[in-house]
Structures are given as C-alpha cells and as structure tokens.
Write a protein that binds this ligand. Sequence first.
Ligand SMILES: NC(=O)c1ccc[n+]([C@@H]2O[C@H](COP(=O)([O-])OP(=O)(O)OC[C@H]3O[C@@H](n4cnc5c(N)ncnc54)[C@H](O)[C@@H]3O)[C@@H](O)[C@H]2O)c1
Length: 689
Amino acid sequence: MNINTIAIVGLGYVGLPLAVMLSKHFSVIGFDVNRTRIEQLSKYNDLSHEVSYTDLEESKIQFTTEPAFLKKAQFVIVCVPTPIDKNKNPDLSYVTSASQCVGENISSGTIIVYESTVYPGVTEDVCVPILETFSKLRCGEGFKVGYSPERMNPGDKGHTVDKIIKVVAGMDSESSNTINEVYSTITTTHVAPSIKVAEAAKVIENIQRDLNIALMNELTIIFDKMDIDVHAVLDAASTKWNFHNYQPGLVGGHCIGVDPYYLTYKAEEIGHHAQVILAGRHINDDMHKFYAGKIVKRLHKSGGTNILVLGLTFKPNVPDYRNSRVKHLIQELQEYNINVYAYDPYLSKEIIEQYFCQYCHPLEDKEAMQTIDLTLLAVEHEKLLNLIKESVFNKHDVITLRDLQSQSKRVPIHIIDTHTFYGTSDMFGVQNHTKTYFTNNLFDTTKFITIPFDSSQNKEVITHVQHNDKFLGCYLLFNPNNTMASWKEEFDSPWAIDTLLQQNHVVGLKSFPSLFHTSIQDQKYFPYYELAIKHDIPLLFHCSASGSDYSSADMIRQVCTQYPRLKLILAHFGGLQIEYMKLAVALAQEFPNVYLNTTSLDPDRIKRQVSNTSYVRSDKPVEQSKSQILELFLDAVEKIPHKILFGSDLGYYPPEEHSMWPIRELPEEKQKQILIDNPKKLFRKMKKV
Ligand SMILES: NC(=O)c1ccc[n+]([C@@H]2O[C@H](COP(=O)([O-])OP(=O)(O)OC[C@H]3O[C@@H](n4cnc5c(N)ncnc54)[C@H](O)[C@@H]3O)[C@@H](O)[C@H]2O)c1
C-alpha cells in the first residue's frame, strides 16, 4: 500500500470520527467548506459531541478550508451530506460540488472513496464524470474510485467506526485491495463485489429499519383503536425466537427518514414504483399527527392549553436537530391552538426560538412553568431523565411518546383516593382498625391520600406516609380555634404547622370548621390560608349540613375573593344537602381555585353513619335521593370535570365499594380524569404514581 496521506472531505458526524481513527495510522488532512467548523475543530472543539477534546488534540489532523491541500493526499474520502429536497427527491448538490472540488485538486493516482449514502450508481454514473471533467484525468487511469458506506450511529459510543464491520468496494481488484487495506487498519471489513452492491447495501439497511418501525407504528395505530396496549402485544410476540424486536416511534434524522427516498427515486427512474418502501415512509412521516391527536385529546379533557416539550433533537443524547420530527409534532399542536414551550439541554434558546417554538427553561422560567398543563418528554436525553426528577415537575403530568402509544382507555389500576383517614378517634369512635382497611386486598388497586383525626397525630401520619408505598401523601389537620380545649400550641399553631409543611409528601391542610366552631371567615383562619398559599398546597374544608354556619357558600365566596391564590377543596361536594352541593358546584365554576371531592355522596351511607360515633351530627335530615345526587354529579362533571376529586372517607367509614358508585356512571376517560389526573395535577407534593 502506497498511502501516506488521507484527506477527508466533509467533517461532520461521519467524517470527523473517521478522520480521527485514520490519523492513528496515516497523516490526515481534514477538509471542510464550513469555516466555523474548521475553526472549532482547530481548537479541538467538536460541537457534534462525537469526538473528545483529547482525541482531537492527539490526532494531529491538519484541518483546513483550503482545497489545494487535497493535492497532498493519495486517498480521499468524501463524507458530505446527501439530504432530500422539498419534493423528497435526492439532493446530490453536496456530492457533486465536493466531486468538482476534489477533481480540481487531485494528484494523479489518487483513490477517491465515497462514504455519503446514495442510491446505486451515484459514484460511477454521477461523480466519476465530474471528477474526470475537473481533473482532466480518466477514471481507471489517472484516478480510481470506490465506495464504503458508513454505519455509525450518532451518540452510540458502543458502535464506533472501529467496532463495526465496514463494507468496502473498489472499481477494480487493485483499488478494492487498497481500499480494503486502508480500512483494515481501523476495523474489520467486508469486501463487496462492486461499488453498486456496496451502495445498495447501505441504502437497504436503512430501508429495512424504516419499514420495520413503520410496521410497529401502524400496529400502534390499529391497537390504539382497539384499546389494546401495543407494548404488551410486542412483549408477548417477542417471546417467539424469530420475532424481530422493533419499537414504534418518530423517525427523524438525516438517514432512516431520508435514505429510502434515494432508492425509490432511482426505482421510479427505471420504471418501478416502490410501493412497500413508500408506504412505510408515509406511515412514519405522519406519526407526529397520531401523537399530536393524543396530546390534544388529553389536554382537552383537562381543560389545559399549555404544553412543555422536553427534547427536540432527532434522537436521545445527540445535539443534531436536523429533520427532527418533534418539530412537526410541535407545529401540529400549534395548529390546534396549543401553546407549546420547549427545552432541550443540547440546544440554545436562540435555536429553539428560531426553529421550534417558545423557550422555557423548567428551572428558571418559573412563571411560564406555572402555566404548563402537560409535559411531554419527547426525546429521552439522559440529562432530561435527570431533570424531570426535580420537584418542579411533581405537580405535572410528565408523559413520554411511549405513554401515548399504549395509553389504554381503560381506567388504569392505580386510582387515587384523596380523602381517607388514618389513626384513631375517640370522638368518631374510630379505632386503629384503619390500618387494616388500608392493607385490605379490596384496595390493592388504590393509592391513598390520608388525614389524621387529630392534629397530635400529624407527625405520625407524615412518617407513615413517607414509609408506605400505598400512600401518596397526607394532609395536616389543624384546629384554628385556640380557645378550644383541644387546641395545642405545639400541634395547631401556624408555626407548628409551617414546620411540618416543610416535610415531603405533605400535600395539603385540612380543617373541620364546624367541629371547631370557627367560621372560615374568622381571622384565626387567615395565617393558615397564607401558609397554604406560601407552600402552594390546597386547603380542604369539611363541609356538612351542620357546618353550613361555619362554611357556607357565601363565606367561601368571600374567602376566595380575599385570597384569590388560595386553593380550596370542599369536602362532600360542598355539604351533605343537595342545595349546598349545587352552590358548591357554582362556586367551583366561578372560582378557578375551588375544587370538590366526592366523599360521602351516598345518602344511604350518610343516614347509616358509623354506629359507634359519639359525635352528634346535623339534626337536619338528609333527604335527597340517590338519583338527585347522581343528576347533580353528572352535571358537575360536564361543567367542571377538572375540579372533581375522588374521596371515600375510608377510615371513618368502613371499606365499601359503593363510594365509587357515581364515578362508575362516567365514561372511562372521565373516570380516569377524576381518579388519577386531577389529583396528580393538584397535589404538587404528592409522590409520583
Ligand atoms: N450521521 C450519520 O449518522 C450517518 C450515518 C451513516 C451515513 N451517513 C451519511 O454520511 C454522509 C455525511 O453525513 P453527516 O451526518 O456526517 O453529515 P454532516 O452534515 O454532519 O457533515 C457533513 C459535513 O460536510 C461538509 N461539507 C458540505 N459540503 C462540502 C464540500 N463540498 N466540501 C467539503 N465539505 C463539505 C459540511 O460543512 C459538514 O461539516 C451523508 O450522506 C449521510 O447520509 C450519516
């Protein structure tokens, strides 16, 4: 082999790592028309993150934008882009202009190898005539050509150039041998019988991958319509020895989504319309619409309009955002008038705003984050997987494309019961049997948010919640009435409550205005309202027939007006009488921060009460019928579906399936909203489900 100097033309994702590998065995000239790229590389800075500073520094590559340097090389490798134009036809302009530049600057005897992905025939039928014209040399005499496709996978540190078999081909046996020898210095090779075979091999590798993903994408669409989890199907099918494991998803980048068009273009030119390949392309090119549709429905159900998209590049852990399908997804969402914010740790604010949408840094742009209704982790960069563990995401739904692929319309098993009691209460006659309730098999599909019966039990319930997976969080009980015997500075004072609120998974505050004989307008309540606002947690009021004197609709309206940022949950749908419930629904419609929970909606259950309670409840009889309640409930779900939380009063009442009865009347997606989505959104400090 008579090769000392190799020139690489085009120092992108493909050219640069190859140049670095070859520089261990040859003197290497790195040529690129992009002056900025050459300046960066000369300072050992690779913005594509493929090659480290040290490797570049050690490589001793001569970086240049000066074509005349190519004359020094006996071997030239062309690694320039091969995109498609707006009509999805091959854009060979980079390959042809690089060929012209090489032709003008080669010395006699040079071997020119193309690595750019092309359709069979480009090297010999398109490039060779250009090389001949501009070098004034004849191919086979003055220079020779070859082809060696690149298989590297950006961001994949396991399959680097030196670890993958490289297909090589020359125009004749002599050039084949030399090309093989050069590449054999850095990796294992496979010598293909001709340049066209090598060109075809590369393009079909990506077509095969594209088609397999398209099949998975089509299955995702079909099974979604059938309410079957596509991933469960794939898991089951892949237990067969010859089932190929491909996953559905967005197909972006400048290889898999582009290369098939090179072959279909050539096929068309020679009289064959490539139906299978193009069908796959159509499916993959349209997948962003499937995801956008799912997101729009999800936002629509919760009344949200703002989404944060995390990850914009075409695949995880790479900074390359060219041909990213996330851009199409964003555009599609914007067509539905959804406000899209985006963040990608690999892209600057300027790039995001220029090519994608509004920028929002999740940890810095606090105001914008307050408005986010849903977060989509579109590209699972490792940096983002770490970022979403930050507390700012606790109150958000963070979903992935995979969640959208297998989103079952059935109610998922882990429903959230947001109103349960834990502990003991002499007053309510509740013994410590609540612990038995919570471990009862009846509830193995339920997770709980719980409340102590007494503020002296606050600490105990926090510890319990922190150590038990069945519990997602707890409220702190407080008694604002410091003239009552049960009021204790160490348990009930605002400072004591403030201290406990610092603890993890304390999701809200709870008060029994009627029990403590303190109206919610009493200024004793004000410090607690301020604490709830300060900690951005809701305050839950017990509302009952007897409690109307302490927490009537008028009073609630005044509190909401005075404290517009206070989030209030009205237990028992505002009271145990139908007229109170109607007023509560109206309040929740009127005030953005008023929520209702379904606890004790069953009139039969209220009438029965817990037999051994010593607490005398309202003298006002519960007169409404179940059908009246149901009518009111269904009307509320129409008006304020995002304001309703499920609660069972478990602990106070024995476990009874029928606390779910009005919810079971709803369509499944509404059930899911009430049982899962609403609490996930409201309880910022709740554990992740
Ligand atoms: N990136 C990949 O994962 C990958 C994998 C396999 C094959 N390929 C194929 O390899 C080829 C190169 O891809 P890439 O990802 O490295 O592209 P890239 O865009 O990252 O890099 C191409 C480089 O070529 C330079 N360039 C353009 N015209 C030039 C010219 N006339 N003379 C000198 N330099 C020029 C550009 O400035 C750029 O730095 C494409 O055909 C691609 O399909 C890419």
